[in-house]
Write a protein that binds this ligand. Structure first.
Ligand code: FAD
Ligand code: SF4
Ligand code: SF4
Length: 482
């Protein structure tokens, strides 16, 4: 029987959920997009052409069953759509909000290529699971039959939380250790509320706690326990610590007061949002209010910094990036959002030095131009000797990306093998590190990446840890019989 609710992409326009007006959204840290009303979600899902080979799913790191849950949504079968969406993802409503869909599922939707505008997959995914939470369809985490084995997860970011959920579901005692006072990793303290409101993360964490996963907050591995001690406590360990060493700028004056790291700035802002006392914000050091702000970098972190500074009521916000708009790593959607909110992008520019009496007051910048392609194939930026300019700046935020910390030293585990970038080396098949029973996942393996990849890695590593633990239990049983 022909389905009349689908294949509507020719006569039904692509419509994203409405965004709040820039002036209004710059006043607060609430998400900028409204939610679809039910008929709009169903109508937009109905634009899908139900491809035989769905490139959207192929390019989704979780290989979500996108056409199937779009069809169910279009047919008004929302609960089934939720169940299917939930089957491949531990956090669909989070991915629906913050995945760079233009580079993943939506960027590969065939309708996009045919000139009709992609199906709005992310917004529908968010709608489905937000509805499920409201309707009470999100079920508690039910632990599997106890296996009498325990797992220690270091890091409560999306990789650690996803692995913890699957492992608990398989009957393991799961302990999650995190050096912060709240779980969530960068979902909690990195990504600002205007992209991901914090109660969305908190309700996920609360569900895991209610399912019996034990969280040890303010527990820093390396300070509060060594890797050896943790290995003695647990049958297997997962390292999911993310990457936190900020890349430095080599320029005179970079150590001046008022030149700060992006994550310190964003964490302070997120903590204020939770109502925490944040002395470095209250004394003005990490607060953009009334200041001329210059953010250096062109990735997602830089976009989050400029838009946070706008919301803190900065006098002006400029973003310096050494390549042009077409060659920036950050999402074009985020650039558009930032421009709407009043951020000025100074493309093809890089800081040469920072100057000021006691604190930074000026950034001297070089104009850049794009030269020959480098080893990665991207055209390398080089100084344009014709250019150069100065900008007023009371706050400079360095957002040049992150590298791995020195985990073998921090953990007191010199036998832990790392790559030349400091990321943890794992066996591609088992996802185990050079230490028996110690696995790794997420940014600490890939380098700075995406939430959806961290969730995928958490899912994969949990399956491998399950296999390892079953073999270990069988070997222990056999040994005890001898
Ligand atoms: P993390 O989320 O970093 O979590 C690691 C956890 O380990 C942290 O909680 C940390 O406290 C803990 N930890 C570290 N060391 C120790 C230790 N020694 N002992 C105990 N605990 C420890 N991705 C997107 O997909 N979309 C976005 O819009 C987006 N925006 C971003 C914005 C910013 C500002 C940043 C920095 C990143 C953004 N990302 C985004 C990337 C994304 O957040 C990461 O790829 C993802 O969070 C990685 O997950 P993870 O679990 O590997 O690590
Ligand atoms: Fe798209 Fe991300 Fe959802 Fe996959 S998880 S369907 S890439 S929004
Ligand atoms: Fe539907 Fe686009 Fe995926 Fe095809 S590629 S199944 S049209 S969402």
């Amino acid at each position: 029987m022909a389905d009349t609710s689908l294949l509507k992409f020719v006569d039904r326009e692509q419509v994203y959920p409405a965004k709040r007006e820039p002036e209004l959204r710059a006043e607060d840290f609430r998400e900028i997009a409204e939610r679809y009303p039910v008929p709009d979600a169903e109508a937009q899902a109905g634009r899908c052409s139900q491809c035989g080979v769905p490139y959207c799913s192929v390019h989704c790191p979780l290989h979500n069953h996108i056409p199937d849950w779009l069809r169910l949504t279009a047919e008004g079968r929302l609960r089934e759509a939720y169940e299917l969406s939930n089957a491949t993802s531990t956090m669909p409503e989070i991915c629906g909000r913050i995945c760079p869909q233009d580079r993943l599922c939506e960027g590969n939707c065939v309708i996009e290529f045919s000139g009709h505008g992609a199906v709005t997959i992310g917004a529908v995914e968010k709608f489905i699971t937000d509805t499920a939470w409201e309707e009470g369809w999100v079920e508690p985490l039910v632990p599997g039959r106890s296996r009498g084995q325990s797992v220690g997860v270091i890091g409560a970011g999306p990789a650690g939380l996803s692995a913890a959920e699957y492992l608990r579901g398989n009957g393991y005692d799961v302990h999650v250790y995190d050096r912060y006072d709240r779980a969530g990793g960068l979902l909690t303290y990195g990504i600002p509320g205007f992209k991901l409101e914090k109660p969305i993360v908190t309700r996920r964490v609360e569900r895991l706690k209610a399912g019996g996963i034990v969280f040890h907050e303010n527990f820093e591995v390396g300070r509060d326990a060594s890797m050896d001690e943790l290995r003695q406590r647990h049958d297997a360990i997962l390292i999911a610590t993310g990457v936190y060493r900020a890349r430095a700028i080599k320029a005179p004056g970079v150590d001046a007061n008022g030149v700060v790291d992006a994550l310190a700035f964003l964490t302070a802002s997120n903590r204020k949002g939770f109502g925490d006392a944040v002395p470095s914000f209250d004394d003005g050091s990490l607060n953009a209010a009334g200041k001329h702000v210059v953010v250096i970098g062109g990735g997602d972190t830089a976009m989050d910094c400029v838009r946070t500074a706008i919301r803190q009521d900065a006098a002006s916000v400029k973003c310096l990036y050494r390549r042009d708009r077409a060659n920036m790593p950050g999402s074009q959607r985020e650039v558009a959002n930032a421009e709407e909110e009043g951020v000025e992008f100074v493309w093809l520019s890089a800081p040469e030095s920072f100057a000021g009496e006691g604190a930074v007051s000026t950034v001297k910048a070089n104009a850049m131009r794009l030269g020959a392609p480098d080893a990665s194939g991207r055209r390398a930026p080089e100084i344009d000797p014709e250019g150069g300019f100065e900008l007023n700046a009371d706050l400079v935020i360095k957002a040049l990306g992150f590298d791995a910390e020195d985990l073998p030293t921090l953990f007191g585990a010199p036998e832990l093998n790392v790559t030349r970038w400091g990321t943890v080396l794992v066996d591609n098949k088992t996802l185990m590190t050079s230490l028996d029973g110690v696995f790794a996942a997420g940014d600490i393996v890939r380098g700075a990446s995406l939430v959806v990849w961290a969730i995928r890695d958490g899912r994969d590593v949990a399956a491998n840890m399950h296999r390892y633990l079953k073999t270990k239990a069988a070997a222990d049983m056999a040994a005890s019989k001898q």
